[in-house]
Design a protein around this ligand. Sequence first.
Ligand code: KIV
Ligand code: ZN
Length: 515
Amino acid sequence: MPATDHLVIFDTTLRDGEQSPGATMTKAEKLRIAKILEKLRVDVIEAGFAIASQGDFEAVKGIAESIKGSTICSLARALDKDIDRAAEAIRPAERGRIHTFIATSPIHMKHKLQMQPDEVVEQAVRSVKRARSHVDDVEFSCEDAGRSDLDFLCRIIEAAINAGATTINIPDTVGYAIPEQFGETIRQLLNRVPNADKAIFSVHCHNDLGLAVANSLAAVSSGARQVECTINGLGERAGNASLEELVMAVRTRQDLYTIDTRIDTHHIVPASRLVSTITGFPVQPNKAIVGANAFAHESGIHQDGVLKHRETYEIMRAEDVGWHTNSLVLGKHSGRNAFRSRLLELGIQFETETELNEAFTRFKALADLKHEIFDEDLQAIASHTRQEEEGRYGLVTMQVCSETGVVPKASLTLLMDGKEHKVDAEGSGPVDATFKAIESLVDSGCNLQLYSVNNITSGTDAQGEVTVRLERGGRIVNGVGADTDIIIASAKAYIEALNLITSGGVRQHPQGADV
Ligand code: KIV
Ligand code: ZN
């Protein structure tokens, strides 16, 4: 295998992560996430699937233009048109990679591709060669490798390396693998593929059995030198291996691993929060590393131990992963310039002066309510400013009556296609009444799949962040709204979800049937 002095971290939050139902992100949001991935010193950022839509193409290109510290990668099926589009999108990057893939398991080849194994090898070789005609850095993935025949994997990998692949990725696409067995598969591949020394072996594990991180670590012990992962373990279905867990496992157990990553772990918690705010996927409190309870000690015995000697119950330091770095950045008296420069430091840039003015007005209103404004508040302001400007529906005013012994009622003034409408409705609670009032005007036909509330920072004066997931005709969107009043945040989230569901164009899914 070519020498690498560190374990390569390939982050696919912006591609596989975005395949989570409802996790669609705008170009500006993807850029903000890419900026924090660069700060984390992620080696490779998979910025998207360029051929999926014009929006996806623009996002990959925008990231390729502005990120310098990481390699920028686009996914491409093993098809000429995908590969050429990926190449065009990553062209501005200082370091660009094309990641091409084809399914190799009997079940995928027979039912999805309807191709014979020989044809699959031929197509893989052609695609790798085409990708190499554009860039020197080419990754080839055997989709559903976790259920593929080992002899066939050896054959196609050898051919792909001969065709010029520099990284070979072994995905456990459906999260079927078990650590011992997956580690053994990687060991066998490294031993049996005659030209294995000419490529870096990588793994990409899904979490359907909750084993994505364990499988990835088993692969590292067997010699894999790249792991593919996402912030917060976001990703298709149960998600991908989580970056923070993988990185901290390898860092904490340097007694077991002969290699480490280059990740600057201090940005882990801010990255987790940013991804959660943008996607509307909350982080469960007991999530390793980035959950609110990850470093909290409930029992008196543990607290006593930690106070006497931290290492009695703590294997990592909270500050090493970015906890407690919450700085008070701005306040009520901060001016427009301070606001703008802090946004720039966070990688937030508005396209127009009007958007910046609008965001500044929100900042002032929020500072009046809660005095202390943290980076997370600014991230939420930035996300919601753009989305509210672009939608078909908008919230003008609202009033909610919530009193013991009285049926809750909501009265709203909504904007629809630029015209104001007054609506009201009763409900089982104030949120229910609010959503019913909105629906009495919009009549969207959507199913509410998820409603959740989280606080952005701590304290009862914090902004509440509400996520609303709507489904219509199989399409799923997440709307996110933030406000110090959670009923208003709920209305904003519902309206944002409606705007998303009425606006989104058609995007291609990379793992659907090839066309
Ligand atoms: O899970 C998977 O197989 C993938 C490939 C496209 C790498 O995401
Ligand atoms: Zn995947």
